[in-house]
Design a binder for this molecule. Structure first.
Ligand code: GLN
Length: 491
């Protein structure tokens, strides 16, 4: 792997899951202070990848020292995430820290409160090492739409890491932290996880509170998790999930013990779509490796069947109508008055709005605000917005029907491996179309996960995606763990 000399990698190869880290800490073989220092060195070494927007070095060191003392003095009181060092995407609020959604319009803005998900992690003794680069307001699939410039893929720095949570993905890929939080509105955790060879989970809509997550499209957004092992991702979910009074869309459903409920002994019933595997946009090697994976599952006794899903080509248009509509409304709050950037030369109120928004948002964000405003406008509402809602319902009904018969839906995560930098920036529609396999889960609210599948013939990582029924994360994660083991046996 690039940016990782043999010597430097030994630490991370041996100590790359929380279980290992905690065992080492408890046995006195290392300290959190030490671990944080190692990560800070990695951050320094990988600066060229442009992963972090801000590193909380002093704070992480101080917290590590405090937690080391806690272990020494009151070992029975350490939290379940003692030993976890994580990064958070620049769309999550963390009190007293800046949050900008990689935009100019939020320049200088500081969070007034902490996102519920982040607060729950801190309460279990996690350490946050910094905030990561992303596409502006989580809109994009490459991390190139950022006021801070693109993040580069650590497997090959001429490639994008995927997006929008590209910085979060690379922060884990390049061993600058153990885990990372991103957000997933249409694939922004799963697709970068696929491009960077990681586990990436988007939970059921409402499973994790969105309080403190800067909104892009509120009926699609979910906080997601990046990690190198299913077990660590499951533990983070378990701790963040659950009802929150501050988010009325958070579910009251009981949180299961995702982290220990991880033995899958059943034979699964899995559906896949011919239309997806044979889509014109799919890379031949990804197609072939997906089919080979299906054969492996069958050989292991699972029932894997092709089912009819006639709506694949309607998913992207409906998604981009609905999400831009929601975004146009959500982003109206950034008016040059209440938050962050205000144009210095604006005279009147109207000028303040116009100039601050024109300069504060990127081209892509403005394109989406305009598109969203258009599809909601009186003359076009029925033709676009209302129609897309109907398509969403059709997709939901069909997905539900399939998942009443099957445990999982299996799909490639992305039709291609990581793109070249700049490859898709001139053609927004080509960029949108690359989301073809990930948006179904957000359109329907179901949980979905990317698991590393192997290596493309170009040498880049590729992933496989599994979706399950609403709130079936326990089963999804258990099966993912089984796949993780299956893949390990192959290597
Ligand atoms: N690429 C998709 C978009 O641009 C997904 C983004 C996301 O999940 N935040 O909308």
């Amino acid at each position: 792997m690039l940016f990782c000399t043999q010597k430097k990698c030994v630490f991370f190869q041996n100590v790359n899951t929380l279980q290992h880290i905690q065992a080492n800490l408890k046995a006195g073989q290392t300290t959190l202070t030490n671990i944080v220092e190692q990560y800070l060195v990695r951050i320094e070494e990988t600066q060229d990848l442009n992963v972090y927007v801000e590193v909380f070095a002093a704070e992480a060191r101080q917290r590590a020292a405090e937690l080391d003392r806690k272990l020494a003095e009151t070992p029975n009181q350490i939290g379940r995430l003692f030993g976890v060092v994580l990064s958070i995407k620049d769309v999550l609020c963390y009190k007293g820290h800046k949050v900008t959604a990689a935009s100019k319009i939020l320049e200088g803005f500081e969070s007034l409160y902490t996102a519920t998900a982040v607060e729950r992690l801190l309460a279990e003794d996690a350490i946050i090492i910094g905030r990561t680069n992303c596409d502006q307001f989580a809109m994009g699939s490459t991390n190139e739409n950022s006021v801070y410039g693109p993040t580069l893929n650590a497997a090959d720095p001429t490639k994008v890491p995927g997006g929008s949570s590209g910085g979060s993905a690379v922060s884990v890929q390049a061993d600058t932290c153990l885990l990372s939080l991103g957000s997933d509105t249409g694939g922004s955790v799963r697709q970068p996880a696929a491009f960077c060879g990681l586990v990436g989970l988007k939970p059921t809509y409402g499973r994790i509170s969105r309080y403190g997550l800067l909104a892009y499209a509120s009926s699609f957004d979910q906080i997601g998790i990046f990690g190198k092992s299913v077990e660590d991702v499951a533990l983070l979910l378990e701790i963040m999930a659950g009802e929150d009074k501050m988010d009325s869309t958070s579910s009251r459903k009981a949180v299961e013990a995702y982290a220990i409920h991880t033995d899958y002994t059943k034979k699964a019933k899995i559906a896949y779509f011919d239309t997806a595997i044979n889509h014109t946009s799919i890379d031949p090697d990804i197609r072939q490796q997906t089919l080979a994976f299906i054969d492996r599952l069958k050989a292991d006794g699972h029932r894997v069947e092709a089912v009819d899903f006639p709506y694949l080509d309607y998913i992207i248009p409906a998604y981009y109508v609905l999400t831009t509509a929601e975004a146009s409304s959500n982003l109206s709050r950034y008016d040059g008055i209440r938050y962050g950037y205000r144009h210095p030369e604006a005279g009147t109120l109207q000028e303040t709005y116009e100039k601050s928004r024109s300069e504060g948002f990127s081209k892509e964000v403005k394109r989406r605000i305009m598109l969203g405003t258009f599809v909601l406008s009186a003359g076009y509402y029925d033709a676009y917005y209302a129609k897309a809602q109907k398509v969403r319902r059709l997709i939901q009904d069909k997905t539900k029907e399939i998942l009443s018969e099957y445990d999982f839906i299996l799909m490639p995560t992305s039709p291609s491996p990581a793109f070249d930098l700049g490859e898709k920036t001139k053609d927004p529609v080509a960029m949108y179309l690359a989301d073809i396999y990930t948006v179904q889960a957000n359109m329907t609210g179901i949980p979905a996960i990317n698991l590393p599948l192997g290596t493309h013939k170009s040498g880049l990582p590729i992933g496989i995606q599994l979706m399950a029924n609403m709130f079936e994360e326990a089963d999804l994660l258990a099966f993912s763990k089984y796949i993780e083991q299956l893949n390990r046996q192959q290597v």
